[in-house]
Design a protein around this ligand. Structure first.
Ligand code: C2E
Ligand code: MG
Ligand code: MG
Length: 772
């Protein structure tokens, strides 16, 4: 199929077909011309033959006439005629007739009556068929009862005519054969049917007789097929008008054409030879044309496949050669651009150093060939400031200088690359982590060497993260990530250096998992609330507690809020958690309310919750739904949460406060809430941070702070809560200083609702008495 549609096959096929048509036309034309010529020749031959036939017939008649005249002039014969000696006459006639080859011979008187004849048993009374008839101008041909005859009549003179001698010669087969050998045509004498003398084969004679009816006018030539053989036929009509004699002359066209047979065969051979030559020529030409095309198409295909190294060579001076030159130019252009592109894809355009992709690849090769590889991940410090001072061009210049120096320092013992911005990765072969750390001073010195740009000198410093193969991993990507992570962590180290630490990585993984699972925790039923009782020191009141969130992770177990709350705040899950906590706490209050207990709870609200403008609306909705009073709720907000966006916080807190919800400043003393802000806030309570309470002792700094805070709170009209009360000593001090409410392990750890209920049960006695 492919071969049939190939250019070469098409060209060869077309040329061959063209030659075939031309040669066939030439052959057929020559053949037609040859046949026409054969027909014409045979026509001429017939014409000539007819003329020769007539002449020969005349001359034959004349010769017969002369021969009979010799008999009529013979003295003895005249005597016998005069004497009427019939037997003698009969004998003489027979002898003479036989000598000249006559058929029948008659002697007639001047009135045409028979005197003697060579015909046996012929009587005088019998008529003499044809004998008396006169022949026409053509000579002596007469029709007869059988075959036509040549008839000669000569008078016998003594000296006046006394009788006439008549001799006849049959136009028989022998005569026909004679004429045939003379004029080289088939001859047919047609007598009274069925008599006929013919040189034609037996079968064709009858067919000729049948075809007579279609014969055209005399002397015209017509074509006739006899028994599958083609003849040209000419008809001569001899004798008299009353008794015509028909003579047919036939020329076989088959044999006329056969004469041209060798010529046509030769022509056929020449045509076949020419055709073969044409085929070979067409194949050679097609090959000559298709070869460079095939070459070009193959090369183009390879270029299409991305192989730009294949050279296009067609050593010709024609159009193909020029096309190849043009393509070669294009290929070189593409190859150069491709090379440039692949270089760009793997190198940093600014410094020409390998980029991250190539760095990974190099590391992969080092890992496969070297027993140890160490990575130094350098992060330039304060590069942002350099960019601002020296401009982007200056920054670029400095990075280039660093790259050059780094390469010089490395001296081919590894690979230095620039994965991103102001970070460089140095891969050191055959060196363990300790060895690599030993080299860091050199690298620092390299950076510390001043770099000049437009008259300004810049000195660089860097953070360094170190990781090593094989101890820190065998995945190039991961290992580079680990070195980078160590570099980022190095920012917090005094020597700005950190070696990758697997444990830190595990913590990171744990954080990632927690962040991923946080949004689903409520749905999975992994969240629960615990309640830590709060106790009022100076007045009786209902029970109160702080609601604290717990997360029982399916895989990691109990997760502390100190761990997941900051993660929820920075990953956007906090708002959802807070809603769940408030809603669940309100439901719990409703349950206790149904049991006849009015409990007040404090709920923790994060900084991000303070920007949730729909929070008040939602809370009131849930309170209404559960038929719980807003006065049972206290929202604890840390100082830092308020200070993150004081205006928004104040607006929201005012809204909440207007609903009847109490507000408390949690962890008071650890943040930077200014008194000015506190004054503006609709706060009801200060909750002194447990770090001041846990180890509270009389006369300590904490005691001064706590005592003055209690006083200040009271002066501002706020209730003061102390959390983190672990010991009776702290309780006593707080009570002495007038602290309103306490919370801490000394009273109870945070407990599930059921346990809190049990705790409340135990509080039959007034709280202060119980504690006393
Ligand atoms: P916080 O609001 O200051 O809660 C008090 C924390 O101190 C609780 O820790 C409590 O168990 C602990 N604590 C109470 N008394 C004592 C004591 O006598 N000694 C000691 N050492 N600790 C005591 P927890 O439950 O681990 O909560 C830690 C923090 O997580 C909370 O501090 C709060 O800021 C946050 N948190 C807990 N639940 C939630 C919540 O539902 N929402 C938000 N936004 N934060 C919550
Ligand atoms: Mg709290
Ligand atoms: Mg607190």
């Amino acid at each position: 199929m492919k071969l049939i549609h190939s250019f070469q096959t098409r060209i060869a096929g077309s040329l061959f077909l063209l030659m075939l048509v031309v040669i066939a036309l030439v052959y057929l034309t020559v053949k037609a011309a040859t046949e026409a010529s054969a027909v014409r020749q045979s026509y001429d031959q017939l014409d000539t033959g007819a003329r020769v036939f007539r002449q020969e017939l005349d001359s034959r008649c004349r010769r017969l006439n002369d021969a009979v005249r010799v008999l009529a002039a013979d003295f003895g014969f005249r005597d016998a005629v005069a004497s009427g000696d019939v037997p003698t006459l009969r004998s003489v006639l027979a002898n003479h007739g036989a000598r000249v080859g006559a058929g029948d011979t008659y002697l007639l008187d001047l009135d045409g009556r028979l005197i003697a004849s060579t015909v046996a048993g012929h009587s005088q009374e019998e008529p003499l068929p044809n004998v008396a008839a006169t022949s026409n101008g053509d000579g002596c041909v007469v029709a007869s009862v059988g075959l036509p005859l040549l008839r000669v009549t000569v008078p016998v003179r003594a000296p006046l005519p006394i009788a006439q001698v008549v001799m006849t010669f049959a136009m028989d087969q022998a005569m026909a054969e004679e004429f045939r050998s003379l004029i080289n045509l088939d001859v047919v004498f047609l007598g009274a049917a069925p008599a006929m003398a013919s040189t034609l084969p037996e079968t064709r004679r009858e067919l000729l007789v049948q075809a007579q009816a279609d014969a055209p006018a005399t002397d015209a030539v017509w074509q006739l097929a006899l028994d599958g053989h083609l003849y040209q036929v000419k008809r001569l009509v001899l004798g008299t008008a009353e008794a015509p004699v028909q003579v047919y002359l036939l020329r076989s066209l088959d044999s006329a054409l056969a004469e041209f047979g060798p010529l046509l065969r030769q022509l056929g051979l020449i045509a076949c030879g020419a055709l073969l030559a044409a085929l070979l020529g067409a194949l050679a030409l097609a090959r000559n044309l298709a070869q460079p095309l095939r070459q070009l198409s193959e090369v183009s295909w390879r270029i299409g496949q991305g192989d730009y190294l294949v050279k296009i060579e067609v050593p010709r001076r024609d159009e193909f050669g020029r096309l190849a030159q043009v393509l070669e130019g294009m290929r070189q252009g593409i190859a150069e651009r491709e090379q440039q592109l692949s270089h760009n894809a793997l190198h940093d355009a600014l410094t020409g150093l390998p980029n991250r992709v190539l760095a990974e690849e190099r590391l992969r090769v080092f890992m496969a060939t070297q027993p140890q590889v160490s990575l130094l991940y350098l992060g330039l410090e304060g590069f942002q400031a350099i960019n601002e001072t020296a401009g982007v061009a200056g920054g670029d210049h400095i990075l280039k200088v660093v790259a050059e120096r780094a390469q010089a320092l490395l001296a081919g013992r590894g690979c230095v690359s620039r994965p991103v911005g102001d970070e460089f990765l140095v891969q050191l072969c055959r060196l363990d982590v300790a060895g690599a750390v030993g080299l860091i001073a050199q690298w620092r010195a390299l950076l510390a060497e001043p770099i000049e740009h437009e008259g300004q000198l810049f000195r660089l410093n860097c953070r360094v993260g170190v990781a090593g193969y094989p101890q820190h991993g065998d995945d190039p990507h991961l290992l580079i990530e680990r070195a980078r992570g160590a570099m980022l962590d190095a920012g917090g180290m005094p020597d700005r250096l950190r070696v990758y630490d697997q444990e830190r990585d595990a913590a990171q993984q744990r954080r990632l998992q927690l962040v991923q699972d946080l949004p689903l925790a409520a749905e999975r039923g992994e969240l629960l609330l615990v309640f830590q009782p709060k106790v009022a020191l100076h007045h009786q009141g209902g029970h109160q507690a702080e609601v604290l969130l717990r997360w029982r992770h399916a895989a990691l177990g109990m997760v502390s809020p100190a761990e997941f709350i900051p993660l929820a705040e920075c990953s956007g899950s906090m708002a959802g958690l807070t809603r769940w906590v408030i809603r669940t706490a309100i439901r719990q209050l409703a349950l206790w309310q149904a049991q006849g207990r009015e409990v007040k709870v404090s709920l923790n609200v994060s900084a991000v919750d303070l920007s949730d403008r729909q929070l008040p609306e939602r809370v009131i909705g849930w309170l209404d739904e559960a038929e719980v009073s807003a006065r049972q709720l206290t929202f604890e907000i840390t100082e830092s949460a308020i200070m993150a966006d004081p205006e928004a916080a104040i607006a929201l807190l005012k809204q909440l406060s207007s609903l009847g919800i109490r507000l408390s400043v949690d962890d008071y003393g650890t943040g930077h809430a200014s008194l000015a802000h506190l004054k503006r806030l609709p706060v009801d309570e200060l909750k002194i941070d447990q770090s001041f309470i846990r180890e509270l002792e009389a006369g300590s700094d904490d005691a001064v702070i706590v005592r003055s805070t209690i006083e200040m709170g009271h002066n501002l009209g706020l209730e003061v809560v102390a959390e983190g009360v672990e010991e009776a000593r702290a309780l006593a001090l707080l009570r002495g200083w007038g602290c309103d409410v306490i919370q801490g392990y000394y009273i109870s750890r945070p407990v599930p609702a059921a346990e809190f209920e049990a705790w409340m049960e135990r509080q039959d006695l007034p709280v202060t008495e119980a504690l006393a």
